[in-house]
Design a protein around this ligand. Structure first.
Ligand SMILES: *Cc1c(COP(=O)(O)O)cnc(C)c1O
Ligand SMILES: [Zn+2]
Length: 439
């Protein structure tokens, strides 16, 4: 009998998650975690996940960092996945990205304690989206489903394609009109079914929501959204742990739909509640492209309401004109005394180049936006020279190189000593751009 009990409890092995239920912050409605809903039936707002924080505080202390996995499940007490089997099938190499002391970029900007949280190296898909999609896929498996859809500005699709493949489920990716071609191609190469729809992200998002409602197909970032969003908190947990359980003075985060920046705030609040770190003095600043800055402009105007915009920017992964979590971001930024900033497309590409030239990190336009805004915040005295500042670099530039304005490309030269000596001399004397003359 003992062995039967053991076997059946093993079949339902639970994680250490302390998640309790789904809640609506507006109506205070509560729903069981198992109920497959993603928005409040009364007010339509997105649902959040509630936790038993007393239990979480105890469980948090039971296992030292050295015994925790170095992946997105490291602090599973504060994540919403309860089925150990589902959890074990995804995200095993996701997140837990490096926090890099950016001394050379810092010297350039006059910041001696500048750090880069480098999600451009996340596995499997080289962006912050691995954190959130890991939750969606695990939830999908908890529900026993075998198909997943998503609507993507670029990186969600790649993450879904890769993680669905590893989990053995079918993936359908819907892209809007504008995105970097390499992202869609990577998706297809990873085995997802991909189609582009005529319209921008906000239009595609709306259509996918109807598709989900009509068919019952789960969408990683629509129907599974309450779970998806929780994954973004792991960036905050890691940053604070990597600084030795000290929360930074400032976090600079890019914002599109606003999930990352609002959940970094939630993660900081939770660490404080658990007694893991003092986090309430940390300011969150958000970065958006000038061509799509509905959240930043609301913050700068101190308005609570977001006015939707039609995006016009080369930073395609930040091109969300009607940000679903925008109101949460405004709340988080204003509560913490942070601010919003934006950068033009040329400033964004200059930001990419500056990060590359100083830190050897190649990022995409979202990362360039973060660096360009970081630069402005430093120049305007919002960041003191000794403050600890963490800039989150959310995506890898290898996927977007085709979009980077091309520098003059030198012609091929003869493979012969004298010509190559001339080329080397040209490198040494012509500054950073080799002149084409020697060819
Ligand atoms: C999705 C994305 C963001 C913005 O994320 P939100 O959570 O929607 O604000 C930032 N950078 C990159 C590279 C992304 O793919
Ligand atoms: Zn509600």
């Amino acid at each position: 009998m003992g062995s039967i009990a053991a076997a059946s409890s093993e079949g339902k092995a639970r994680t250490r998650s302390c998640a309790t239920e789904l809640i609506c912050h507006r109506c205070d409605n509560h729903y069981p975690l198992e109920q497959p809903i993603f928005s409040c039936p009364d007010c339509g707002k997105g649902l959040d996940i509630a936790y038993d924080y007393e239990l979480a505080a105890r469980r948090f202390r039971e296992i030292p960092g050295s015994e925790r996995p170095e992946n997105v499940w490291r602090f599973e007490e504060l994540l919403p996945i309860t089925d150990r089997h589902a959890q074990a099938r995804t995200g095993q190499f996701a997140a837990y990205t490096p926090l890099i002391h950016a001394d050379r970029l810092g010297a350039e900007l006059g910041l001696s304690n500048l750090y880069i949280k480098d999600d451009s190296t996340s596995r499997p898909s080289l962006s912050y989206k691995d954190r959130v999609v890991a939750m969606s896929i695990a939830r999908l498996l908890e529900l026993g489903k075998r198909e997943v859809g998503c609507v993507s500005t670029g990186n969600v699709g790649t993450a879904v394609a890769a993680m669905a493949a590893k989990a053995g489920v079918a993936a359908y990716v819907f892209y809007p009109d504008h995105l970097e071609d390499m992202k869609a191609r990577a998706c297809r190469a990873l085995g997802a079914k991909v189609c582009q729809v005529q319209g921008n992200y906000d239009q595609a998002n709306k259509a996918c929501r109807q598709l989900a409602e009509t068919t019952g197909l789960e969408f990683a970032n629509i129907t599974l959204r309450p779970f998806y969003a929780e994954g973004a908190k792991t960036a905050a947990f890691e940053i604070v742990e990597q600084l030795g359980w000290r929360s930074p003075d400032h976090i600079v985060s890019p914002a599109a739909g606003g999930t990352l920046s609002s959940r970094v705030h939630k993660g900081l609040v939770e660490l404080q509640m658990l007694g893991a770190a003092q986090t309430d003095a940390t300011k969150i600043h958000i970065a958006q492209p000038s061509g799509c800055n509905p959240i930043a402009s609301a913050i700068l105007a101190e308005e609570a309401e977001i006015r939707a915009v039609t995006p016009e920017t080369a930073a395609h992964s930040l091109a969300i004109g009607a940000p679903g979590d925008g109101y949460l971001v405004i709340d988080a930024v204003l509560k913490r005394g942070g601010t919003g900033g934006f950068a033009s497309d040329p400033e964004i590409f200059a930001g990419i180049d500056l990060l590359a030239a100083t830190e050897g990190i190649l990022t995409e336009p979202a990362g360039g936006t973060t660096i360009a805004v970081l630069e402005k915040l430093a120049a305007h005295g919002k960041l003191a020279p000794d403050d600890t500042v963490v800039a989150i670099i959310t995506g890898n530039g290898l996927k977007t190189l085709d979009e980077h304005p091309a520098k003059p490309w030198p012609a091929k030269i003869e493979c012969e000593l004298d010509t190559m000596l001339a080329a080397l001399e040209a490198f040494r004397h012509a500054g950073e751009t080799p002149s084409p003359e020697y060819a």
